[in-house]
Design a protein around this ligand. Structure first.
Ligand code: NDP
Length: 294
């Protein structure tokens, strides 16, 4: 069994990005983050993304707004960033308050600055297999793992657990492309799927993105499969100083011995997401000249 080291892989990608940014003759790429409210996970994620941006020599800006901001005012802020030539990439951190429609906000981000890849334009480009597409960062990170570890997907059965706009759907689209490290037969499962375990047991590559701690158990995975665990769930743990630990969607201890390869949580998919965001930001600023699209 091979443990997939997303932390090391992301560090390699970030180092490559740092070199690319250092060699630019123009201004450093700049990504703007919009955060609404003080959700602790959002505060942490945006802070981590800003730190990594600085580490590779990119600029970042953080715009924070109270939960009470209206959708109209938020859309005006997005529009201002769209027309600001100093800002190359825009990321609106989800979740947004209930009175704001996330899709409307994602669709307002200019497609050429949509480094999260959530706009209808970029999702449409992904469906069309257009290399100009900005691909959502977590699914792009999964493809990068598969490419770097040389995991064969052609003609294989890829099962995606979860059909969210952020992970499940784009992941399924990526693996069904006519492309290297794709060309898979893809099945997408969700909360209404019948006989889920029978489907997951036939997966050569199983991608779990459902947000249920340790949901995927050993009997749901066939011997020799590769498992990518996207889940990041906080579970109470009195033995930890902070009172919780991070747990993936996969019961790692029992599933790992059966696998050819598996990502741990933390240290698997998570770090790849940030690396792909910064790769998208470089692409937004300077084009895909040295970036192989996922
Ligand atoms: P969503 O809640 O948006 O989607 C969850 C999906 O899982 C839905 O499609 C849902 O089905 C499906 N699902 C839920 N319960 C079951 C079940 N019992 N059986 C089968 N399917 C089920 O989650 P996200 O896609 O945003 O995130 C998934 C996980 O990935 C979370 O733990 C999140 O924290 C993590 N994540 C990690 C990232 C990283 O960087 N590593 C980035 C983004 C997310 P239905 O559609 O029918 O409701």
């Amino acid at each position: 069994m091979q443990t997939i080291d997303g932390k090391s892989l992301s560090a390699e990608i970030l180092e490559e990005l740092r070199r690319q940014v250092a060699s630019l003759s123009g201004p450093p790429p700049c990504v703007a983050f919009i955060r609404v409210g003080e959700d602790p996970a959002s505060v942490y994620y945006v802070g981590a993304k800003q730190k990594k941006a600085a580490a590779v020599g990119m600029e970042s800006r953080l715009l924070t707004f109270p939960e009470s901001i209206s959708q109209e005012d938020l859309l005006a802020e997005v529009a201002a960033l769209n027309s600001n030539p100093d800002v190359h990439g825009i990321l609106v951190q989800a979740p947004l308050p209930a009175h704001i429609d996330e899709k409307t906000v994602f669709n307002r981000v200019a497609p050429e600055k949509d480094v999260d890849g959530f706009s209808a334009t970029n999702l449409g480009r992904l469906v069309q297999e257009d290399p100009a597409a900005f691909v959502a960062c977590t699914p792009a990170g999964i493809v990068e793992i598969v490419r770097s570890y040389g995991i064969e997907t052609e003609g294989r059965h890829v099962v995606v657990l979860g059909r969210s706009l952020i992970v499940g759907k784009p992941a399924a689209l990526l693996f069904m492309r006519k492309a290297a490290f794709a060309n898979a037969t893809v099945t997408v499962c969700h909360s209404r799927t019948r006989d889920l375990a029978a489907i997951t047991r036939s997966a050569d590559l199983l991608i779990a993105a459902i947000g249920r701690p340790a949901f995927v158990t050993a009997d749901m995975v066939r011997d020799g499969a590769t498992v990518i665990d996207v889940g990041i769930n906080r579970v109470e743990d009195a033995s930890r100083k902070r009172g919780y630990r991070l747990q993936g969607d996969v019961d790692y201890g029992k599933v790992a011995p059966k696998c050819a390869a598996i990502t741990p949580v933390p240290g698997g998919v998570g770090p790849m997401t940030v690396a792909m965001l910064l790769r998208n930001t470089l692409k937004a600023a300077y084009g895909p000249f040295s970036i192989s699209p996922p």
